[in-house]
Design a binder for this molecule. Structure first.
Ligand SMILES: CC(=O)N[C@H]1[C@@H](OP(=O)(O)OP(=O)(O)OC[C@H]2O[C@@H](n3ccc(=O)[nH]c3=O)[C@H](O)[C@@H]2O)O[C@H](CO)[C@@H](O)[C@@H]1O
Ligand SMILES: C=C(OP(=O)(O)O)C(=O)O
Length: 326
């Protein structure tokens, strides 16, 4: 949705679920001047008449994704004033990787408590950016901004989540010239000297929702077939589900999971993709509650992501938290 702001005209995003985060992002696009139309599972965003470049607190506070309007707006219009986003309270959630990268591309950033103003009246230029932390939305913001910058941008130590690759494919469909990084190679974006085009794009599956169903299948009931689940995105989870005793069959376009009859304890450690995803850590904790023996969870991504343990303790789980390990 944020990428549609890079071009003028009607973009169509297919495969969109009716969830409130989509409505919230839609309200932000409308506030900026876009026209939004929903039809069954697709969303049309017409950005022909964007007007406002201020995103107010009442629209950003309920979710994290509005941070992604920062890169497109500064790149296309040379200005944005932005109230910091909310999102799940799982840690401090800094955004200095986003801001530092945009500054390297020539933006002048004024950050005050609760808002960020960015100026680039003469446009952005390409830069070589080394991310200290491979931030997912940080990488996405910098990729989108770099598409409209003059010259070439290299992003080293970027996030490699499948959603980053999916955004890259969407940007390429808009006319961006972009090479995905591999291993130590950076993401390389060749800034366009002509405007990007609106897209028609089908977004990838919700990897976290698919993973949540796989965990559910390992916990209860009959064999569960999760359709539209791409197994290669779930490699770290599937390895842990097998270790706990669940049976997993990988088919083309679906994954079948059979309950772990006598689940055994396993350890997990979250990390940036392809490591075990932090967004599937709370669900796995519920599964480990059923396992025989003591399991250990180490959360390396967010410093405050064990909130759900209080609920499990209230239900009788023996849980001991020691910093980022539980
Ligand atoms: C809307 C969205 O897509 N949210 C996802 C995104 O969040 P989000 O993009 O906010 O998460 P990041 O990838 O930025 O954060 C990962 C780690 O990097 C650190 N960091 C981040 C930015 C920065 O400037 N400096 C810094 O130190 C964070 O504190 C954290 O420890 O990726 C997370 C990690 O997969 C997921 O849990 C969120 O569901
Ligand atoms: C994905 C997230 O959740 P929310 O829907 O709260 O933004 C997040 O906080 O990164």
């Amino acid at each position: 949705m944020a990428a549609s702001l890079l071009a003028s005209g009607k973009s169509t995003l297919e495969g969109i679920p009716p969830v409130s985060d989509i409505d919230s992002m839609g309200r932000i696009c409308q506030y900026l001047g876009a026209n939004i139309t929903y039809t069954s599972d697709s969303l049309r965003i017409d950005t022909m008449n964007l007007g406002s470049l201020n995103v107010p607190d009442r629209l950003t506070r309920s979710l994290r994704a509005p941070i992604l309007t920062l890169g497109p707006l500064i790149a296309r219009f040379g200005f944005v004033n932005f109230c910091l986003p909310g999102g799940c309270s799982i840690g401090t959630r800094p955004i200095e990787e986003h801001l530092r990268g945009l500054e390297k591309m020539g933006a002048c950033i004024k950050a005050s408590e609760g808002s960020v103003e960015a100026n680039a009246p003469s446009g952005l230029h390409g830069a070589t950016i080394y991310m200290q932390t491979p931030s997912v939305t940080g990488t996405m913001n910098l990729m989108m901004a770099a598409c409209l910058a003059s010259g070439v941008t290299y992003i080293y130590n970027s996030a490699r989540e499948p959603e980053v690759t999916d955004l890259a494919h969407c940007l390429i469909s808009m006319g961006a010239i972009l090479q995905e990084g591999d291993g130590p190679d950076p993401i390389t974006i060749f800034g366009c000297d002509k405007p990007l085009l609106p897209y028609r794009y089908r977004v990838m599956e919700d990897r976290i929702e698919a993973g949540t169903f796989l965990i559910l299948g390992a916990m209860a009931g009959n064999p569960l077939a999760v359709h539209g689940c791409t197994s290669k995105y779930q490699t770290a989870l599937i390895e842990k589900l097998r270790a706990i005793g669940a049976q997993i069959d990988i088919k083309k376009g679906s994954v079948i999971v059979r309950k772990a009859v006598c689940p055994v304890a396993v350890d997990i450690q979250t990390g940036p993709y392809p490591a075990y995803p932090t967004d599937l850590q709370p669900q796995f904790m519920a599964l480990l509650y059923m396992a025989r023996g003591t399991s250990q969870i180490t959360e390396t991504v967010f410093e405050d992501r064990f909130n759900q343990s209080a609920g499990l303790i209230a239900m009788g789980a023996a849980i001991c938290v020691d910093g980022r390990t539980l």
